[in-house]
Each structure stands twice: as C-alpha cells, then as structure tokens.
Design a protein around this ligand. Structure first.
Ligand code: GLN
Ligand code: ZN
Length: 746
C-alpha cells in the first residue's frame, strides 16, 4: 500500500487560535504555564487531525512558537551577541524575534520565494552547543499519540548555515553543527523514530552548487555516525540543482517536489539516478489553494513508481503556506468552494490517491473529486471575453526626456520635488471606525464621511508641511492587494483563508479564480476628493499587476504571463478613469516584484520580461503629460536594474535605508536615466531622522544622479507609523530638501 506523508502543517489553527494565544501571552493576558498548556493542546489537535485524515507519516517539530529557523538558532545557541547577557528562557526566544527594550530583533528574511519570513540566524564568535532537546520532547509527545506515524522534521545543517548571516567560514560552521545534529538523531532513534525528515531546500537554488561537497561530507558523516537514522533528504520549491551528485548521498530516502520542479525531477528519475531509492514524491501543490487534477496526479504517480524502488506521496512542500480548511468557506460559490483545497483537503486528496493505487475502479470519493475539479475548469467565470491585447499601447508615445519635460512644466514643481509613498498612519481611530463599519455599527455614509475627514485632515497637514506632490493617504485600505481584490472581477475573498507571514502575523491573500476584469472604479472617489481640496498635484495610488499576483493565491490553469496581463488591463482602465478625472500623477506600486523572482537564474528572465511587459501594458496608454510613478520596497536591486529601467516609469521611488548604499552603487554602475527617489529615511523605525542625516542622504546620490531627475521621499508607506513621529520626520525631510535646493539655486 502507498503511504501518505506530510511535511508540515499550518500553525495558525482553523480560527487563528495559535496567533491569539501567543499574542495574549505577549500582552500579559495569560502566563507562561497557561500558554504552554494551551499550545500543547493545539499541537495535539493538529497531530490527531492529521492521523484522522489518514496521514501515515505525520510531521513533528514543524510546529513552532514563532519560526522553525529561530527554533534551531535557539537550540544551537546561535544567539546574537547583544542578547548574550539575558536569561536563556522563553522570553529571550520571543525577544530574539521581536526585540525588547534593550536590543533590536533579529532581521527577517523571506523563506525562499514564499511570503513566509524566517528569522535570520546571526553567527559571531560563539561556538554552537545544544541547549535543549526540543525535537525529542516533541517526538515523545507525538509518539504517545500517533505511535510510529510520528516523523521528526528538522532543517538540515547546510541549509541552516547557508541561510545564516555573519558566517565567515561556511564549512567550519557546518562542521561545528554536525555533532549537535548527530546527538539529536541519536536521541530520536533511541526513542523509536523511523524516518527523520531533514529539509535541505538550499539544494534547489543556484547557490546549492556551492554546497555539493559539503552535502557529500555531511551525509556521509551521518551515515557513519548514526547509521540507524533513516534520513529523508528533503527539498522543495524547485528541482534538485544537481540530481546526479545528490542522488548518491547515503540517505534512506529523497523528498522531491514534483510540482514546481516537475520536468527536471522527472528527467532525473528517467536518467535512472534514483532507481534503487525510496522517493517521497511531492505530488500535489503545497503552495496554492486549488484542488488537484487527481487524474493527472495518478498518471504521474505511476510514472514515478516505474523509476524508483518505493514511492511515498506527500504535498510538494510544507502546508505552512496554505490555510487550514475550506469547510467554513460557505460564502463562496459552491463550484469554487469544491474546487479549492486547503491543508486538510490536500491531505484528503493524498489519501484518496494512495488508496486508489492498484484499484480498477475509482472510489466514490475519488470520482467526486474528479468531478469537482472538472466543474471548476468548466465554470463560466473561468473565462470571459477580454480586451484584445494587440490594440493596447505597450509604450509611451514620447521618449522619457521629452515627456518628462512636459510633465514637470505642467506640474510646475521645484527641483528635488518632495512626496511620500502613499499611506499615512492608520491610527487606532481609523482601525476602530473600520471595524465598527464592518460590524455594521455605523452606516456606509458615516464611514465614507470619516474617511473623507481623514483625507482632508492629511491634505492640510501635507500643505502645511509644504510637500510638493500630495497623496490621499490610503485610509480606506487595510491592505494594498486585498483592497483591489475586493473590487475586481475574478477575485474571491475568503472567510478564514489565513496564512502565516511572520511570527503571529497572518495574511489573507485573495484568491484569483477567474478572468480578472475592471468592473467598477477602484480609487477614483478618494483620489478625486483629495485633489478637490488642494491646488498641489495629488498622486493617485494603485497596486501593480505583479504585486497583486504575487500576494494573491493565483489560478494555475492559465499562464502567469496571461494573468499578469489581465490584471494589467484592469489597472490600465483604472488609470484612465483617474486621468480623465484630472489626476496628473499616478503611482503603480510594485512592492513585490523583486520577491517573486524565481529561485533559478534560468527562469528569471522570463519572469522579468513578463513583468515589464505587464507593467507597460498597464501604464503606457496615458497622455504624455500624465506622470507615472512606481514604488518598490526591496533592497537588492543590482540584479534586476535593467528590468527596472525597462518599466519606463517616469519616476520610481525605492527603499534604501536597509541597503547601506548598495542601491546607489547599483545605480552608479548602470546609469539610470529616469526620475528617481531614493528613500531618504527609514520608515521601519519610529525614530525621527536628523537634518544632517537627511541632507546627506539627498546629497550622496546627487553625486551620481542629476538634480533634475531626483525626488525626495521616505523609504516606504507610513501606514504603520504614528502620527507625531510621521509629521516630525516629514518636517525634517522638507527642511533638508530646501537646504539642498539652495545650493543648486545659487
Ligand atoms: N503605497 C503603499 C503604501 O504607501 C506602498 C506600500 C509598500 O510599498 N509596501 O503603503
Ligand atoms: Zn515600500
């Protein structure tokens, strides 16, 4: 019989119980004992649920109080030096994640190409030691409940080190961890563990090539030192970078992703590399919310079985990246609801697939899933008639220099124009009023009036500050993607489709289930109202097609390129409405363009080309005198600078403070001809910058960039800041700009 395995289960809980528990501990509403008791109950419930769903190998240790990489750092005593004097306890654990009154938190980074953030291990002089036997305790707890179905999960030493900061000698760092892993494996084996899943996803990235030798040595060491440990060398998100080499590692099994790395991994099987191996096959997508085409999965399973010794089936990656269950999504169209699969439904699918092996007839449940899948594909909301791409402009009429001159003349701006990125503080009052409106305690009209009053208040604040290009403040939006998802056709909002983004923070991405269309104005009312209050230009604020896609659960039955283009057309329609209403500047944010970059170099070009094309489709139909801005918030730009230039946005604003001049370097080596605002202060901290700092941040790039093309703005939106510090910081920004301007005007 084919077994079903799982790699990781969502931590949040069906009703975000996990988040609530942890936050109530932080707020002092429950004490540590209560926290641990209730957290244990959750963990037990997750294990039991997976057993009931028919999972034969249930992950243990994937559960965390914050983040699985932080768990390892804590266990290995890889603690930033600044925390060295603090007591080693749960509060230190949370302090590493969130900072405390004395020390700033560890940095967060995106987990590969997902929207999950892990805490960056910070190495320094300290020698790793084993501070606890967390995995053993969790294993014992699970074994009591589900017996030998319990499968310990741990991130492997190579991936852990590769993802760390402050490592001077990678080989030495990896070696220093090996005895600790050995001890963990020994304890687990002695307690009865069979398979142990060792996650080494670094081996699907280009960087994995640098660690092939390390892999040989590390896994040879484990084979020799703990021969009883049945290690699964687990990868996901792409295929193995070098299957030929890696397939010879002396491990008990390999876990491979047959969704994202399908072609390459299948080719590796066909080359015979795994013919006498046990394969944990990631057959269904652990990253999206769709029901699987089970007929296709069945064929694939057969194909894999032909090439290897034994197959165990599982999701393509941890289910951390999907919500818990569709069962409460009763507000959705039934065809859509039945076509979805969140974590629990994905595990059900796997059970059905496994049970179907060797059966002549489809089981009724299997047949029902096939029907649900087909019904979704055939649903009339999947495909509607869309505007013909051929007839839409793909480039601006005039070249940048000429149209920019037109724009600046029309806008009548000084040199070094000042502006902000779009959002202003979402005060407690804004949040409270929105909640009251959602609960229908106040009317639509009252809510709208309140939003208007906030817009008016902030237009006045911006005028008093003497900012040149104003914004309306985005008070009507909780989230820059959800807001658009709620108003465009083709998107659905779920009731409980939450996924963990970092720590206790969860996001609820909209689901793109059908062709996307602009069916109503999205931002016109607020923008036009703001413009009516001032003579200064107001900048309209939209989210771009790539960011909307990357921060949604996207459909997979059409190509990404097609999806980008559909959203681009919808954004183009909104831009037209804004332009017709007299809005002179429109910003199309692409905050998530960089993070969506594929893991492999070979796939990056197509992504970037498609992104550029979609952005231009959205923004090229405007008059030459209409100015298009864009904004991005990731700091690692050097590798995508050519694409950024190709967007042909009149002005781009980007975050710089966390990159310490790296960005400016990128712009030095590749002369950037368009309008650009490099954030002049860090908005992630409540600290108000000094005049000298801001002056320096304006002057430094002016050594490379012309004063005609440079804009002055903060790093990012100000939504999460408080009002007093925001106003104080913007005062400094304007004063600094005026000081620098004087030098040029003299
Ligand atoms: N316009 C958005 C804001 O100001 C941009 C946010 C972002 O870049 N993440 O909030
Ligand atoms: Zn930003």
């Amino acid at each position: 019989m084919v077994k079903v395995s799982n790699l990781g289960y969502p931590r949040l809980g069906e009703n975000r119980e996990w988040k609530k528990l942890i936050e109530s501990y932080w707020n002092g509403d429950i004490n540590q004992d209560d926290l641990l008791v209730q957290i244990k109950a959750l963990r037990v419930a997750f294990l039991t649920k997976q057993a009931e769903l028919g999972v034969d190998l249930i992950p243990v240790g994937d559960f965390s109080l914050y983040d699985h990489i932080l768990d390892l750092s804590f266990q290995f005593n890889i603690i930033p030096e600044r925390f060295a004097k603090e007591n080693f306890d749960l509060d230190l654990y949370f302090a590493l994640a969130r900072g405390n009154k004395d020390n700033v938190a560890s940095a967060m980074k995106k987990w590969f190409n997902t929207n999950y953030h892990y805490l960056l291990p910070e190495w320094s002089e300290q020698k790793p030691t084993l501070t606890n036997n967390r995995l053993l305790e969790l294993y014992l707890e699970a074994r009591d409940l589900v017996g030998d179905k319990a499968k310990p999960v741990i991130t492997g030493p190579i991936t852990y080190v590769a993802l760390s900061s402050g490592v001077e000698d990678y080989t030495a760092a990896i070696l220093s961890l090996l005895p600790l892993y050995k001890q963990i494996f020994q304890e687990l084996v002695a307690a009865g563990a069979t398979y142990i899943q060792v996650d080494e996803p670094i081996f699907v990235t280009d960087e994995g090539h640098n660690f092939l030798n390390a892999a040989k040595n590390v896994y040879a060491y484990f084979a020799k030192e703990v021969p009883e440990a049945k290690l699964i060398f687990q990868t996901y998100f792409e295929a193995l970078v070098d299957a030929e080499t890696l397939s010879s590692l002396p491990v008990a099994a390999f876990g491979l992703d047959f969704v994202h790395g399908l072609e390459e991994n299948v080719a590796a099987l066909e080359a015979g590399y795994f013919k006498d191996k046990v394969i944990f096959a990631g057959l269904i997508n652990g990253r999206n919310v769709w029901g699987t085409d089970l007929a296709q999965a069945q064929t694939l399973l057969g194909k894999i079985q032909d090439q290897v010794k034994e197959v165990i089936i599982q999701p393509s990656c941890s289910l951390l990246h999907v919500p818990v269950t569709t069962k409460n999504e009763t507000g959705l169209d039934p065809v859509l609801k039945d076509g979805l699969a969140f974590a629990d439904e994905k595990l059900q699918e796997l059970r059905l697939l496994a049970d179907q092996v060797g059966q002549a007839e489809h089981s009724p449940a299997f047949a029902q899933k096939l029907l649900a899948y087909e019904a979704l594909q055939a649903a009339d909301f999947r495909h509607v008639a869309l505007e013909d791409l051929e007839t839409v402009a793909k480039e601006r009429q005039l070249p940048f220099k000429e149209r920019y001159a037109l724009q600046q003349e029309k806008l009548n701006l000084p040199i070094l124009p000042t502006t902000t990125i779009g959002s202003f503080p979402q005060s407690a009052e804004v949040r409270r009023t929105r909640l009251a409106w959602k609960r229908q305690q106040i009317s639509d009209q009252d809510y709208e009036d309140f939003i208007k009053s906030e817009i008016a208040r902030w237009i006045k604040i911006q005028e008093d500050l003497d900012i040149d290009v104003l914004v309306h403040g985005e008070f009507e939006r909780v989230d820059m993607v959800e807001f658009f998802g709620q108003k465009l056709a083709g998107f659905a909002t779920t009731a409980g489709g939450w996924v963990q983004s970092y720590g206790s923070r969860a996001v609820k991405p909209p689901i793109i289930y059908g062709d996307v269309q602009h069916i109503q104005p999205l931002t016109v009312k607020e923008t036009v109202y703001a413009q009516s209050l001032t003579k200064r230009p107001v900048k309209g604020m939209l989210t771009g097609p790539i960011t909307i896609t990357n921060w949604s659960f996207e459909r997979t039955d059409i190509s990404r390129q097609e999806l980008f283009n559909q959203i681009a057309l919808a954004i183009k329609d909104e831009i037209k409405l804004l332009e017709d209403a007299g809005i002179p500047i429109i910003q199309v944010d692409e905050a998530a363009l960089r993070e969506g970059l594929p893991l492999r170099k070979t796939k990056q070009k197509a992504y970037l080309d498609d992104s550029v094309a979609a952005f231009r489709l959205a923004t090229s139909s405007v008059k030459d005198s209409t100015q298009i801005h864009t904004h991005m918030c990731y700091s690692n730009f050097a590798e995508i600078i050519d694409s950024i230039r190709d967007l042909d946005a009149d002005v781009i604003s980007i975050e710089t403070s966390r990159s310490h001049g790296d960005i400016i370097e990128a712009f030095e080596t590749a002369t950037y001809p368009l309008g650009i605002g490099l954030g002049v202060y860090d908005i992630h901290s409540p600290r108000v910058p000094t005049l000298e700092e801001v002056v320096a941040n304006i002057e430094r790039p002016l050594q490379q960039l012309s004063v005609q093309q440079f804009w002055v703005n903060p790093d990012c939106g100000l939504k999460t800041r408080r009002e007093p510090e925001t106003i104080a910081a913007l005062k400094v920004l304007v004063a600094a700009t005026k000081q620098v301007r004087q030098k040029f005007n003299n």
